[in-house]
Design a binder for this molecule. Structure first.
Ligand SMILES: [Zn+2]
Ligand SMILES: [Zn+2]
Length: 286
C-alpha cells in the first residue's frame, strides 16, 4: 500500500483525548504519516511529544493568529476561550531541538474571529508583528512555514511580498486549507509557496466555495502538479464521505481521490505526487 502524508492535522487536540492511540493505529495501518500542527505553546509542545513517541508523526510548532488576543472561538467541533499569548522564542527554540519538528506554524492572518469592539487594523498589526517573528524564527531553524489565513488573503499576500523583498530571499512554506481564488493562488505560487487542500474540496459545489467569487475547484484544476499538498485539518473539516463524523488524518485519502478526479490522473499518481511535494517542502520528513 502506498504511503500518504496528511500535511496538516491536530492529532494532539482534546478531540482525541479518549482514543488517540486507536486513531494513530488506524493511520499506521493505512500507511498515513501526519504533521501535527501546533497553535500555541501547549499544543505545540504536545505535537512535539507525540512526534517523539510515534514514527509516523511529525510536528510543526508555532502560534496561531487567534491566540494573540483572548476571544471565544466556536468551531464546528470545539468551543473554547482562546488565551492570549505572545511568541516566546526561547520556549519554541527548546521545542525546535527535536529532529521530528519539521515546520513553523500555524501562523498567519485571520480577520474572521475579530473580538467584539476591537479595531481590526490594530489586530492586523499585532498579527503581522507575531507572524514576522515566526518567519524569522523559521529562517533561523531552516524550517518551512505553515501559513493560516482566513478572510485576509489580500493582506497576507501584501505582507509576504513586503517581507520577501526586504529579506531578498523567498520564504518556503505552505498556505494551508487554501480558500481564496485562482488569482491570489497564482501570486502565492509566484512567491514560491505551496497550497494545501482539505476535505472542503470534496464538499458539494455550493459548499466547496466559501464565497460565490471563489472557485476552489478551479484553483485545484489549475495548480501545478508540483505545488499542491493534501491535508485534513483534523479534527475539523471531515471530507464529504465522513460528514458528521470527527475527522481523522487517514481520511486524507478522500482529498487525494478528489484531486485525482479533478486532475484526471490515477489516485496512485496523485498520492505519489503529493508525497513528493510534501517531502520537498518538509525536508525533515524521512
Ligand atoms: Zn488553520
Ligand atoms: Zn489547523
Amino acid at each position: 500500500m502506498s504511503t500518504l502524508i496528511d500535511t496538516h492535522c491536530h492529532i494532539q487536540f482534546q478531540g482525541y483525548k479518549d482514543d488517540r492511540n486507536e486513531v494513530i493505529s488506524r493511520c499506521i495501518k493505512k500507511n498515513v504519516i501526519m504533521n501535527a500542527v501546533g497553535t500555541q505553546m501547549d499544543t505545540s509542545k504536545k505535537a512535539m511529544e507525540l512526534a517523539e513517541q510515534y514514527d509516523n508523526i511529525y510536528a510543526t510548532i508555532g502560534l496561531h493568529p487567534i491566540h494573540l488576543h483572548a476571544t471565544e472561538v466556536d468551531e464546528e467541533e470545539s468551543n473554547f476561550i482562546s488565551r492570549d499569548e505572545d511568541f516566546d522564542e526561547t520556549y519554541y527554540d527548546e521545542l525546535a531541538k527535536s529532529k521530528k519538528v519539521i515546520g513553523v506554524g500555524e501562523c498567519g492572518l485571520e480577520l474572521y474571529h475579530v473580538p467584539e469592539g476591537q479595531n481590526s487594523d490594530k489586530i492586523l498589526d499585532k498579527q503581522k508583528d507575531i507572524l514576522g517573528k515566526q518567519i524569522k524564527f523559521a529562517k533561523k531553524h531552516n524550517l518551512p512555514v505553515v501559513f493560516h489565513c482566513r478572510d485576509a488573503y489580500n493582506e497576507l499576500l501584501e505582507y509576504l511580498k513586503l517581507v520577501t523583498s526586504d529579506q531578498g530571499s523567498p520564504i518556503t512554506g505552505v498556505v494551508h486549507c487554501y480558500s481564496s481564488n485562482w488569482e491570489n493562488a497564482q501570486q502565492f505560487i509566484d512567491l514560491g509557496l505551496y497550497l494545501g487542500f482539505t476535505g472542503v474540496l470534496t464538499f458539494p459545489a455550493r459548499k466547496t466555495n466559501p464565497q460565490p467569487t471563489i472557485d476552489l475547484l478551479e484553483v485545484a484544476k489549475n495548480i501545478p502538479l508540483d505545488r499542491f499538498l493534501i491535508e485534513t485539518d483534523a479534527p475539523y473539516l471531515s471530507p464529504q464521505a465522513y460528514r458528521g463524523k470527527r475527522c481523522e488524518p487517514w481520511m486524507v485519502e478522500e482529498v487525494a481521490k478528489k484531486m485525482a478526479e479533478i486532475k484526471q490522473k490515477s489516485v496512485e499518481e496523485i498520492m505519489e505526487l503529493s508525497v513528493n511535494n510534501a517531502k520537498n517542502l518538509f525536508t525533515n520528513i524521512k
